[in-house]
Design a protein. Structure first.
Ligand SMILES: Cc1ncc(COP(=O)(O)O)c(C=O)c1O
Length: 405
């Protein structure tokens, strides 16, 4: 499809090309010094003690869940409004995923109140997603986790350099896991990074990433070791040098790319101001009170204490979801109409509890996730990327407005 406005776009240029070429010329392709450099630089930028590069965010989440010893008798609480990786990884360890609701239409982020409600004697961990690049309420989630002696794993796939309370997300839980998949704010094709402040965990993750071997291939190549021992059953979740080289260049661009994303998000808000039938979560609620707060939302706002609405939040605008109201055209119709105008849209997300596998194996009635279930059918993601032009944004919004009714 020849999109005039694709959903996402890469920001690769000669700098990444040269970096990859340099790797090819170096004669060393698998995990080596560039990976180590990428890890050091990433940890520094995050303000984290350790960073462990992996082959994907999914591999990273798996590695952390495995290293924490999650297993058969355990439950893990996570949002249903998320990408399926965290739930799949939970299932793979033998633990049971327990889905929690999001806070509200305006903050579709894991709700600490509902998380607490869903804790049982078997709960061991919470996996929090910083959806769309917006930080979860980490103050409240950490309070809940501390109170019940639970681990927090942060799924930071959408949120490199996002901040809660002036601190980078990924540094609140026992570990934070990032994705460098092709459509992400920092893209290397495939790839991921785990950050943690726990030295024992970091050491174990590094070991498990490479078969549980005491010496990586590079050590032997350099003549620092002649063999290796295997001290634990691990995996091959390594990152290679080409990806690390791209990652280092992309990391240099991340701050300015995130800034451009924020500008585009602000511009969308202006352009969408007159579109009464669409809400912009995080950024714009219906001003004229057109959408009545749902009964669940009203009840929830009474339950929730305002304890942790703090300054210092920073979003990195990974995606731009809007929520279509009851008086909007059908989502299917809109997506097709926009496609005919050569504008690509997507859905983030169909809730995980609604997928066949999860419905059959871990049935969760919609009534247990009232806000997620109410908002998900209206979610529509508009194109967002650093090189999105003002003209492209106008085209998207004009096309949306034209297909009303
Ligand atoms: C929220 C979220 N978590 C995890 C992942 C998995 O990332 P990866 O493709 O790097 O395994 C993604 C990828 O799209 C994601 O969006």
């Amino acid at each position: 499809m020849n999109w005039e406005v694709p959903l996402f776009n890469l920001t690769l240029d000669a700098a990444e090309q040269e970096a990859v070429l340099a790797v090819m010329k170096s004669g060393w392709l698998t995990q080596g010094e560039r990976v180590a450099d990428f890890e050091r630089t990433f940890a520094e930028r995050l303000g984290s003690r350790f960073a462990i590069a992996v082959s994907s965010c999914t591999a990273g989440l798996h590695l952390v869940a495995h290293a924490l010893g999650l297993g058969q008798s355990d439950e893990v609480i996570l949002p249903s409004l998320s990408f399926v990786a965290a739930a799949n990884v939970t299932v793979e360890t033998g633990a049971t995923p327990v889905f929690a609701d999001v806070e509200s239409f305006n903050r579709p982020l894991l709700d600490p109140v509902d998380v607490e409600r869903k804790i049982t004697d078997r709960t061991r961990a919470i996996i929090a997603l910083h959806y769309a690049g917006h930080p979860c309420d980490m103050t409240a989630l950490c309070e809940v986790a501390q109170c019940h002696n639970l681990h927090i794993i942060e799924d930071c796939a959408h949120a490199p350099l996002a901040e809660w309370d002036g601190r980078k997300v990924g540094t609140f839980g026992i570990a934070g896991v990032f994705s460098f998949f092709s459509n992400k704010n920092l893209a290397t094709g495939e790839g991921g990074m785990i950050v943690t402040d726990d030295p024992a965990l970091a050491q174990r993750l590094a070991l498990l990433r490479s078969h549980g071997m005491t010496h990586p291939t590079l050590d032997r190549h350099k003549g620092h070791a002649f063999g290796y021992d295997v001290i634990e059953a691990g995996f091959n979740y390594r990152m290679d040098e080409m990806r690390a080289a791209i990652g280092l260049v992309q990391l240099n661009k991340l701050e300015s790319n995130n800034e451009r994303r924020a500008q585009c998000a602000a511009r969308y808000c202006e352009l969408l101001a007159d579109l009464e039938w669409a809400e912009v979560p995080f950024l714009r609620q219906k001003s004229k009170g057109k959408r009545q707060k749902s009964k669940v939302e009203s009840q929830k706002s009474k339950v929730k204490s305002p304890k942790s609405k703090v300054q210092g939040q920073r979003s990195v605008y990974h995606i731009f979801p809007i929520i279509l109201g009851d008086d909007a055209p059908s989502r299917d119709r809109l997506m097709k109409a926009l496609r005919d105008d050569r504008i690509q849209t997507s859905i983030h997300y169909r809730p995980i509890h609604d997928f066949t596998f999860y419905r059959q194996r871990y049935p969760t009635p919609d009534a247990r996730l009232p806000i997620t279930s109410a908002l998900a059918p209206g979610l529509l993601t508009l194109p967002l990327y650093p090189t999105l032009t003002a003209e492209q944004q106008e085209k998207v919004v004009t096309s949306l407005a034209r297909h009303k009714g």
